[in-house]
Design a binder for this molecule. Structure first.
Ligand code: NAP
Length: 298
């Protein structure tokens, strides 16, 4: 293959497993980074994907417990709650010129990564997908869509373009966006009200947008004001209208985590929103109450 990349995937779960399998299927060299048990399993069985959109297939991948050689890019696809521990598997000097591409939801992790790795090689991505790691090495991609926005202040454009091209050829249509802040806040503005309220009430989107419409509206407006103050987009009417187009049964991944008793990315989403509000002096009383109800010590 002409432009074969070597890509590490830190945390081969719902997002990481899907991307690892798709990239490997297209001919790129993929090294998954995980705990020893998962690494062993991936080495022998590969990653099995079930997807209406991309088909059912098994992809062979390499797997290790830490990065041991330079790569073109390292995708970071762990949850926030595991980020610090997982990064120990990626020594900064070894990554050196390689891109570090976090797919995490939230707005604060790029700064944390730039403090640890070469700042002009940190290229945050936003992914719109529903993909679940049902067992180690087994991924179910449930959404008819899978799209990526790739960005990265200061990252050389040709490096972003090459990776975007590889993703698009592998499956998920990928755009390169110039404005990192806008890209991250656009996702946050949509996600935060939806995740916080579906989790708070344990209800799917359909019931949240009817039974808790006032709170949803307030959260959307507060989030938009915070986003605007941070340099992101702000269109609360459009955000509300968008929720109305989604299936009533839709659940957020935070809500699924709560249902399964897993730890929540509450600090990365609700906590980050409140910290940004505080920094910019934006009132966010409904957000503060809902975050507090989800986690009394937040
Ligand atoms: N899933 C989606 O559809 C989706 C959509 C948009 C955005 N996101 C965002 O993408 C991020 C990842 O979510 P996800 O749903 O893909 O999570 P996930 O399915 O839970 O996958 C996370 C993976 O990280 C691994 N991991 C945990 N600790 C690790 C460590 N110390 N070292 C190496 N690997 C470790 C887990 O390993 P084990 O398999 O051993 O547990 C798991 O495979 C989150 O920020 C999420 O909000 C997800």
């Amino acid at each position: 293959m002409a432009n074969e990349l070597t890509v590490a995937v830190l945390g081969p779960g719902g997002v990481g497993g899907l991307l690892a399998a798709l990239l490997s299927r297209t001919g790129h060299r993929v090294i998954c980074l995980s705990g020893e048990k998962t690494a062993e399993l991936l080495r022998t069985d590969g990653i099995r994907v079930r997807s209406d959109r991309f088909g059912d297939f098994t992809a062979r991948v390499e797997a290790d417990t830490e990065l041991r050689e330079p790569v073109d890019a390292c995708l970071v696809t762990v949850k926030h709650t595991a980020l610090d521990a997982a990064l120990a598997r990626v020594p900064a000097p070894l990554l050196s010129d390689g891109l570090l591409v976090p797919f995490l939801n939230g707005v604060e992790h790029p700064a944390a990564l730039r403090a640890r790795y070469r700042p002009d090689r940190v290229a945050p991505a936003v992914i719109r997908v529903e993909s679940t790691r049902v067992a180690p090495g087994v991924v179910e991609h449930g959404s008819p869509f899978a799209e990526i926005d790739l960005t990265g202040t200061g990252v050389p454009r040709p490096r972003l373009d090459a990776l975007a091209e590889a993703f698009t050829a592998a499956g998920p249509a990928t755009r390169v966006l110039e404005d990192e802040t806008a890209a991250l806040w656009a996702k946050m503005s949509f996600l935060a009200p939806f995740a916080l309220l579906t989790t708070r009430y344990g209800l799917p989107l359909g019931e949240v947008r009817t039974r808790h419409r006032d709170e949803l509206t307030a959260l959307v407006e507060e989030t938009a004001a915070i986003s605007r103050a941070c340099g992101g987009p702000a269109d609360p009417a459009q955000a509300l209208a968008r929720y109305d187009t989604f299936p009533a049964s839709m659940k957020s991944s935070m809500q699924r985590d709560a249902e399964a008793g897993r730890s929540l990315e509450l600090d990365a989403i609700g906590g980050a929103l409140l910290r940004a509000a505080e920094r910019h002096g934006i009132p966010a009383p409904v957000t503060a109450r809902v975050v507090g109800e989800l986690h009394p010590s937040a």
